[in-house]
Design a protein. Structure first.
Length: 475
């Protein structure tokens, strides 16, 4: 049996088991689309300056662009578009495989996913298509890993990142087919199911649309990233760049009107982490003294234990109560492997600040695991898929969790995907959007199309420009 036929049979069996209908095609919801053709392409970009996080400097990106021709429930053809950096350093961390090997594996997986998506004959809502296709993507990752003889197989997070541009393209097509934002296509009548199908019995009879704003927030605060090697003071600049953009933190604050900062920390040198945080706070307050500064302390999994986090927070508070008060949340301080032994419980830390799960969040099971360990917030990311983002948003709403949106140095259309999540999901703290720092050339073609998202002057992305735009709003 061909893979195309196998997917169709599996999809039909899944729907039949759930609805009691012998043929899945007997009841097609109004939000359904059918895939006709898939096209992919890659862009290569060098960073303006290296971005150091998790102890590793990154100086380049490969972006996957996807277009999917579909037919809506009314028979009208539409084309959905998706885009995402593959982000192999972040999603496929390894000490044994070089950069080109992990990137090559993800590009190879993208080719397999393209064939799988093109082979899907099911007519369904994009959320349901994601549910049908994700198990196939996991199998494809195992096949790609085996074919390449990888010493470490492609991990689940890298599978999500590779698949995310395809998922975005499907949601984009689904919204366009209905002539509305993809964020306004999430009612049970359009999906064909309530939330319990995706998040379990706790969500029976619940409507995903209730977790989305009726219109995008007009503004979303921008979190400016200070990487581990980025100059805080002018004296730390090693090589002056003559491209019209800032380098030192104070110049960035003035240039973009910043009020939020994401601080990349080491998690291996407590004194450095404390002094780095205090230095950034000092520059921020001296540059813009009448600002309600907010910071994210991001350790990228590097802390050895919760005691490190506690000591960091206590020492910062001891040295500068104002700086401590400005730390809005702490992001993924310890290993993404939430089941690693010994277990790292965050309940003591969450009494001081929200503790946000990021790299460790890949599915509903990991979300529940994180909550049990004391994580009180989560980072939504377009690079984990539009489907996952809206479902995680609904789960966070029900469980009363802190929400923020992060990107993957996303330029162009990928930034629009991220900005849409931050604007349409209520209660998000803000959006990290750092391609303007590290890949500004990739944003250039978009600056005149959507200046509110790509030309920052008051510390915010002006997301009101997304209102009324069909699909995910990029085209």
């Amino acid at each position: 049996m061909s893979r195309r036929r196998a997917i169709a049979v599996a999809a039909g069996a899944t729907l039949a088991a759930t609805t009691g209908i012998q043929s899945a095609r007997a009841a097609v919801p109004a939000g359904a689309i059918r895939i006709e053709r898939v096209r992919t392409a890659f862009q290569e970009h060098r960073y303006r300056t290296p971005y150091k996080f998790g102890g590793v400097p990154v100086d380049r990106a490969t972006i996957l662009d996807v277009e999917i021709d579909c037919v809506g429930a009314d028979g009208r053809p539409v084309t959905g578009s998706g885009s995402m950096p593959l982000g192999n350093v972040w999603s496929f961390p390894t000490r044994t495989l070089p950069y080109d090997v992990t990137l090559g594996a993800m590009k190879g997986l993208a080719g397999r996913i393209e064939a799988i998506v093109a082979g899907c004959t099911e007519a369904a809502h994009p959320l349901e298509l994601a549910r049908i296709l994700e198990p196939e993507f996991a199998k494809a990752a195992a096949e790609e890993s085996a074919a390449r003889g990888l010493a470490e197989p492609i991990p689940p997070l890298a599978v999500l990142v590779t698949a995310s541009a395809f998922d975005a393209a499907l949601h984009d097509a689904g919204g366009k087919a209905l002539g509305r934002s993809a964020f306004l296509t999430l009612t049970p009548d359009l999906i064909g199911h309530d939330l319990s199908r995706y998040l379990g019995d706790d969500f029976r009879n619940e409507n995903l649309q209730d977790s989305i704003r009726p219109a995008p927030a007009p503004r979303v605060p921008l979190f400016h990233s200070v990487g581990g090697a980025d100059p805080v003071h002018e004296s730390e600049i090693k090589e002056k760049l003559d491209d019209g953009l800032p380098q030192a933190l104070a110049d960035w604050i003035r240039f973009n009107g910043l009020e939020r900062i994401k601080i990349k920390l080491q998690g291996e040198d407590l004194a450095w982490d404390i002094e780095r945080t205090l230095a950034i706070d000092s520059v921020a307050r001296a540059t813009k003294p009448d600002t309600n500064w907010k910071y994210c302390a991001d350790f990228n999994e590097r802390c050895p234990n919760v005691e490190y986090v506690l000591e960091y927070l206590r020492k910062v508070e001891e040295k500068s109560p104002a700086c401590f008060a400005a730390i809005e949340y702490v992001e993924q301080p310890t290993s993404r492997n939430l089941r690693a032994l010994p277990r790292v419980d965050m309940h003591a830390a969450n009494k001081l600040r929200p503790i946000v799960v990021d790299e460790g969040l890949v599915d509903l099971e990991s979300l529940l695991e994180a909550r049990a360990l004391g994580y009180t917030g989560l980072a939504l990311k377009a690079c984990k898929g539009q489907s996952h983002s809206v479902l995680f948003a609904a789960a966070a709403r029900k469980y009363g969790m802190f929400l923020t949106v992060q990107d993957l140095t996303c330029p162009g259309a990928a930034l629009i995907h991220s900005a849409g999540i931050a604007a349409w999901v209520p209660g998000t703290a803000g959006l990290e959007a750092n391609a303007r720092q590290y890949m500004p050339e990739a944003n250039k073609p978009w600056e005149e199309k959507l200046p509110g998202l790509f030309k920052i002057t008051d510390g915010c992305l002006h997301t009101d420009c997304l209102a009324g735009r069909p699909g995910l709003g990029a085209v």
